[in-house]
Ligand binder design. Structure first.
Ligand code: ZN
Length: 505
């Protein structure tokens, strides 16, 4: 991937060092969430601050800036790896130069302190414990946005970092279109749908066996857990990669609710396939990532829902699951089980929500973030505002903060368009899936025999292998010939719910 230019080689080397440090920071974070004893927190937080400051220093290095400028004059063909590298690197470098090192340290400290107090607040079920940290996180997030783009709306800047190329107006438009579709669909299901009994999912499921069943399913869909991956336990499931050949997923287990671990495992394994699919040649470059949070979520939501909650998947996997849990499932029909895992019901916890209400959880969070940034809402009033929105959109009120405003890990480190990627991911996943089906019509039949490779290979070739080479909107257009639209997701969900609930819509 060399232009033969000495400058380009030097640039590649500098970037590789930054990437190495980022991976080490990720390893340190992974350890913190999995095996580190509680007592290690303080020292680890300091180590994290040091790493973040080092990474920032290297990214803001004026020598790197000079190399970028010199090379941008030489490399003029926009459709090359080198040009894409310079495009993203120029952006990352400029952002780094705008950030004062003190702010980088402050941001890192706010995040470690946020994590510790958030965990404590959850344990004590007391939002007041978290409030001072939350105020600090909001302050630092706003300061970060102002530093990067002094003249822009801070929330718009933070959105553009997570979802490059998207404006707040577009998100508002997409979300309101989706909300106007979801609310009537939900009412339709609740009033006219054939009731679903999901009681069988709430029996005792031995966590050790759940662990094995999840491991099995993740391997079946093609996440390599033999030599290039690991699965561990953490309070909040996540995926991290130290290279495409070392990708770690985590899960959590609940004894009396089967879907928690199983679908979270498929979700993280979906992220994992993305990371394992990044070509080795890009791994140590700025292109060795997904182009946006939404693209990453498109892969996790794809395997969790479009595949993992589909009829063909369970045609194949249900008999296997019956062998894992003979006492619970021996006398349960496939149809009963399929409908149970697709049960739609307003519920409190986002990560366990069904496919219809899930996006309402996201819309609620987005609206709250918008109000916080507009200062229409103060952090102190967040729990009440949260509860009111749950009442308005889902007709339920969280009984306590742990099941309400304290449920997600995201705001313990930063605030600002932190959740939009999930809903964009749902939309992107439906568009990609539709396209993959057009190209490989027999793909879905294969699921019934446990053959998921045509879909995985299609994703590897079209999405993973490209890394961050294109802007997200551009990548979607190249793959599907279309812009991001909510309709494919809405059609998918309508068909699915007609099937599960025998609706006449
Ligand atoms: Zn995810």
């Amino acid at each position: 991937m060399s232009t033969g230019s000495h400058d380009y080689d030097q640039l590649t080397q500098k970037v590789a060092e930054i990437r190495d440090l980022e991976r080490i920071a990720a390893l340190s974070y992974w350890d913190m969430q999995t095996y580190m004893p509680q007592g290690g927190h303080h020292a680890r937080a300091e180590q994290q601050d040091t790493l973040q400051v080092l990474i920032h220093e290297k990214m803001a290095d004026p020598q790197l800036g000079a190399l970028i400028d010199a090379l941008r004059e030489k490399i003029t063909d926009p459709d090359t790896i080198e040009a894409a590298t310079l495009h993203w690197l120029a952006r990352d470098h400029k952002e780094a130069t705008q950030m004062p090192p003190e702010l980088v340290r402050e941001k890192s400290q706010a995040a470690s302190n946020g994590m510790a107090t958030w965990l404590k607040a959850r344990e004590e079920n007391d939002f007041q414990i978290f409030l001072p940290a939350l105020k600090q996180i909001l302050k630092v997030s706003r300061a970060t946005a102002r530093a990067i783009k002094p003249d822009s709306d801070p929330l718009a800047t933070l959105l553009d970092q997570r979802e490059p190329g998207f404006s707040l107006g577009e998100i508002n438009q997409l979300f309101s279109q989706l909300r106007d579709f979801l609310v009537p669909l939900l009412n339709n299901i609740l009033h006219d749908g054939q009731p679903v009994d999901s009681g069988i999912l709430r029996e005792y499921y031995d966590p050790k066996v759940q662990w094995e069943a999840g491991f099995d399913a993740a391997k079946q869909i093609g996440f390599d857990l033999d030599k290039r991956g690991r699965k561990d336990i953490s309070v909040h499931p996540f995926t991290t990669a130290f290279s495409p050949d070392d990708v770690r997923i985590t899960t959590r287990l609940r004894n009396n609710y089967f879907p928690t671990a199983f679908f979270a495992t498929l979700h993280e394994a979906g992220h994992g396939t993305y990371e394992q699919g990044i070509p080795a040649s890009l791994a140590r470059s700025v292109l060795g990532n997904a182009p946006s949070g939404g693209f990453h979520e498109s892969q996790s939501r794809l395997w969790e829902n479009l595949v993992g909650r589909s009829r063909p998947f369970w045609n194949y996997f249900f008999p296997r699951l019956q062998q894992y849990f003979p006492n619970q499932l021996r006398d349960v029909s496939l149809e009963t089980f399929y409908r149970a895992v697709n049960d739609v019901k307003p519920s409190l916890i986002r990560v366990e929500a069904d496919e219809v209400t899930y996006n309402l959880h996201i819309i609620i969070r987005f609206e709250l973030e918008r109000d916080l940034f507009k200062e229409d809402l103060t952090p102190a009033d967040l729990p009440d505002a949260w509860n009111q929105k749950y009442e308005k959109y889902l007709g339920i009120t969280p009984p306590d903060p742990t099941q309400g405003v304290l449920q997600d890990i995201h705001w313990s480190s930063e605030i600002g368009a932190s959740f939009v990627s999930y809903t964009l991911g749902n939309m992107i996943s439906a568009q990609l899936f539709e396209q993959a089906r057009k190209v490989t019509p027999k793909m879905i039949e294969g699921f019934g025999q446990g053959d998921f490779s045509p879909l995985l290979e299609w994703m590897q070739e079209n999405v993973h292998a490209v890394g961050r080479r294109y802007e997200p909107k551009d990548l979607l257009k190249r793959i599907t010939g279309d812009t991001l639209r909510p309709e494919p997701f809405m059609h998918y969900l309508t068909d699915k719910m007609k099937d599960v609930y025998q609706l006449s819509i």
